[in-house]
Design a protein around this ligand. Structure first.
Ligand code: FES
Length: 76
């Protein structure tokens, strides 16, 4: 998961968790909106598991979608 990746890559866990908790999602992490859209660096994106079909459907609705977009609530 993303916390393990942060640890492996010497990313400050407190900063990462603080950032992720500030993401305000409208659906409370039920994968029913795209308000928690985040754009990840390639190196981090490549290390995560593939997004689910439900996440991909919601990402299609996200503003500014990129090839490394994810829903923040689905990767923590
Ligand atoms: Fe709605 Fe993440 S908060 S999908």
């Amino acid at each position: 998961n993303i916390l393990e990746l942060a640890h492996e890559n010497d990313i400050d866990l407190e900063e990462l968790i603080s950032f992720l908790l500030k993401i305000e999602g409208a659906c409370e992490c039920s994968c029913a909106c795209s308000t928690c859209h985040v754009i990840l660096e390639d190196s981090l994106y490549d290390k995560l598991e593939e997004p689910s079909d439900e996440e991909l459907d919601m990402l299609d609705l996200a503003f500014g979608l990129t090839e490394t977009s994810r829903l923040g609530c689905q990767i923590i």
